[in-house]
Design a protein around this ligand. Structure first.
Ligand code: FAD
Length: 385
């Protein structure tokens, strides 16, 4: 497989670089990490700029409102926006990176027309209501119920760890629509309005002190049957599509950010004399190799996804597994380079990044679960008991 860039792709890079150079200096200051309404407005503003310039949903298919760009152009977009220090996707994460792509792949023409354009314009924010108190790794044992009543489902239950729930307009929600069927067969995938009567959001405080996620309580919430994506009780299959986008492509932009952080650490180590420590040098060198390999793996995953109809395969689990560990190692190395006797004895931004790096081996499916997937679905090993 040829992973080098063509002349046309390099021309795309040059145009994008020029555009970034023209808009980034005019951006407003980033809001405080704890200011969720401010962050929502900031993320929406950036998304709108991308939309107006023709860079929104680059990787989405053209018939879903995207630009139908090649996977490589999308990767160039991620490289260049990160290199230029452009805002990250932020509150648009779920809408742009997995709910939107799922609707593009599985939704009806009407559903695509209703939900996709506002995501691309940054007008509507989505969150993900999958996990429940006793259904995280074993997601299929979820208990939130949806009972048909005329043209609506009446939904009751609770969800947990719902990122961005406080500022979201819509939720990609998994519900049980058949309590008698085997657990994987009785699930449906719904789009629920977050301001519907009966939805209560209670923020949870994380280790890093922010309230980036919440508990969600659903008390007889009415969701139109027309808001179901995929067939009734076929939600597990639709969920696999969502999770392949989440693990396969959603985090790839962050690899570039990690490489930038690593470069900054190496520069700091040279400046402070820590570079003379051969053990530390080797550690940074190994991380450099790891992030380069992850970028190659990303290119491979994205090309494979394109070749097989646009939905990433289980290679995403390999990416997720390695990336989440490498990210933690990066921030451990940062504490060493920055000379902090204690991990918390660092600049605030480093502390927050270090603490949040711990969550990456849990979010979007734990490392243990990714190991199981790789063992069973890639290596063909027998299922555990
Ligand atoms: C920062 C962050 C953001 C999140 N955002 C969202 C969100 O927006 N929406 C959402 O729905 N969820 C979200 N989650 C939830 C996340 O998806 C779950 O935490 C995750 O799937 C693990 O589930 P659990 O917490 O119930 O752990 P459990 O399933 O209880 O697992 C506990 C431990 O047991 C291990 N384990 C469980 N089963 C097995 C097995 N079969 N084999 C080997 N080991 C096993 C797990 O790997 C883990 O180490 C978020 C989580 C984090 C940390």
């Amino acid at each position: 497989m040829d992973l080098s860039y063509t002349e046309e792709e390099e021309a795309f890079r040059a145009r994008l670089r020029e555009w970034l150079g023209s808009v980034l200096p005019g951006l407003p200051a980033k809001p405080d990490p704890g200011d969720w309404p401010g962050r929502r407005a900031y993320d929406a503003g950036w998304q709108r700029l991308l939309y107006d310039a023709g860079y929104a949903g680059l990787h989405w298919p053209a018939d879903a409102g995207g630009r139908g760009a090649t996977p490589t152009q999308h990767l160039i977009f991620l490289e260049e926006t990160e290199r230029a220090g452009a805002p990250y996707v932020g509150a648009n994460f779920v809408g742009l990176l997995h709910a939107g792509p799922t609707i593009a792949a599985e939704g009806t023409a009407e559903q695509r027309a209703r939900w996709l354009p506002p995501v691309l314009r940054g007008d509507e924010i989505w969150c993900q209501g999958f996990s429940e108190p006793e259904a995280g790794s074993d997601l299929a044992s979820l208990r939130t119920r949806a009972v048909r009543d005329g043209d609506d489902y009446v939904v009751s239950g609770s969800k947990i760890w719902t990122s961005h729930a406080e500022v979201a307009d819509w939720c990609e929600l998994l519900v049980r629509t058949d309590t008698q069927a085997p657990k994987h067969r009785g699930i449906s995938w719904l789009a629920m309005r977050m301001d519907a009567p009966g939805v209560t959001v209670r923020p949870l405080r994380t280790l890093a002190g922010s309230t980036e996620f919440a508990e969600m309580f659903l008390d007889e919430v009415r969701v139109p049957v027309s808001h179901r994506v995929g067939a009734e009780n076929d939600g597990w299959r639709v969920t696999m599509v969502t999770l392949s986008f989440e693990r396969g492509t959603a985090f790839v932009g962050e690899v570039v950010a990690c490489r930038r952080t690593l470069d900054a650490l190496a520069a700091e180590a040279r400046r402070s004399g820590r570079w003379d420590d051969a053990v530390l040098r080797r550690r940074l060198g190994r991380l450099n190799a790891e992030f380069r390999a992850l970028w190659r793996l990303t290119q491979w995953n994205v090309s494979e996804a394109q070749a097989s109809g646009g939905v990433p395969g289980v290679g995403g689990s390999v990416f997720k597994l390695r990336y989440s560990h490498a990210r933690q190692e990066l921030y451990e190395a940062a504490a060493e380079v920055l000379g902090a006797g204690d991990a918390l004895d660092l600049d605030r931004e480093w502390v927050l990044d270090r603490l949040s790096s711990l969550s990456y081996t849990i979010a979007a499916g734990t490392s243990q679960i990714q190991h199981n997937i790789v063992a069973e679905r890639i290596l063909g090993l027998p299922k555990g008991r």
